[in-house]
Design a protein around this ligand. Structure first.
Ligand code: 13P
Length: 261
């Protein structure tokens, strides 16, 4: 089995302006340094609003911080008359490593479909960045025990025509919609079952080697006090953290899940 470096990604959503971002990133970096963060044990990323990206880039490059960063979405178009949109080239120029795609909030409020996610993912890879593709079921689907087929169907469309080279770098985030911002975290076993199902799907439809390298994250009400049990699961390779990533001390504890309590 390949060694997968856990990824702890903080999705700030529509929070923290660029001035606030400076304070949060600096405090996160100091806290990690103070607590002897080891980048070989976990990667840390912040997924910030577009208007914060240049500030975060300047901080990370200027102070050589061991923090990756990325955007929360991107346009499906390359360039041109698309008022309000941001292109993959613009994000690549800001040295973004990651672009989150298909977050349930974008699916719910902005009509993002699996097919759009797939087209965006191809653009993101071609621009040299890595998509974090989000999938996850609503409560109704889980209640009826249809959650695994539902998520695998999302994946089927999202992963269409992705090249093997890309798949080796891809990150998939399983975020059950009912667990997002609700305080109702999935049980570690539920997270494991879905992350394993996702990995098995990739093994079947791509190769076992790609599946072994694929990082599958869990997201939904992750906090410092539940991260260890989630990360103890063999197929969970990290977390996509919303609310708790806005507090740098709390987020640092999540990143440092591998240390003794
Ligand atoms: P919360 O951690 O606030 O539940 O949000 C999860 C999420 O949507 C991360 O993308």
């Amino acid at each position: 089995m390949a060694d997968r470096l856990p990824l702890m990604a903080g999705n700030w959503k529509m929070n923290l302006n660029h001035v606030e971002a400076t304070g949060v990133v600096q405090k996160l970096a100091w806290t990690l340094q103070d607590k002897r963060y080891d980048p070989t044990k976990a990667e840390v990323a912040v997924i910030v609003p577009y208007t914060d990206l240049r500030t975060v880039q300047t901080l990370v490059e200027g102070d050589k911080l061991p923090i990756s960063y990325g955007a929360q979405d991107v346009s499906v178009h390359v360039s041109g008359a698309y008022t309000g949109e941001i292109s993959v080239d613009m994000l690549a120029k800001l040295k973004c490593k990651y672009v989150v795609l298909g977050h349930s909030e974008r699916r719910q409020y902005h009509g993002e479909t699996d097919i759009i996610v797939n087209r965006k993912a191809q653009r993101v890879f071609r621009a040299g960045m890595v998509p974090i593709i989000c999938v996850g079921e609503e409560w109704e689907s889980r209640r009826k025990e249809g959650h695994i087929p539902f998520v695998l169907e999302q994946l089927r469309w999202c992963l269409t025509d992705l090249e093997d080279e890309w798949m080796r770098k891809l990150v998939i985030a399983y975020e059950p919609v009912w667990a997002i911002g609700s305080g109702q975290v999935a049980s570690p076993e539920d997270a494991q079952d879905m992350c394993l199902a996702i990995r098995s799907y990739v093994a079947t439809h791509f190769t076992q080697e790609i599946a072994d390298q694929l990082r599958v994250l869990y997201g939904g009400s992750v906090k410092a006090n539940n991260i260890r049990d989630i990360m103890a699961q063999p197929d969970v390779d990290g977390a996509l953290v919303g609310g708790a990533s806005l507090d740098p001390e709390e987020f640092a504890k999540i990143v440092l899940f591998y240390q003794e309590a």
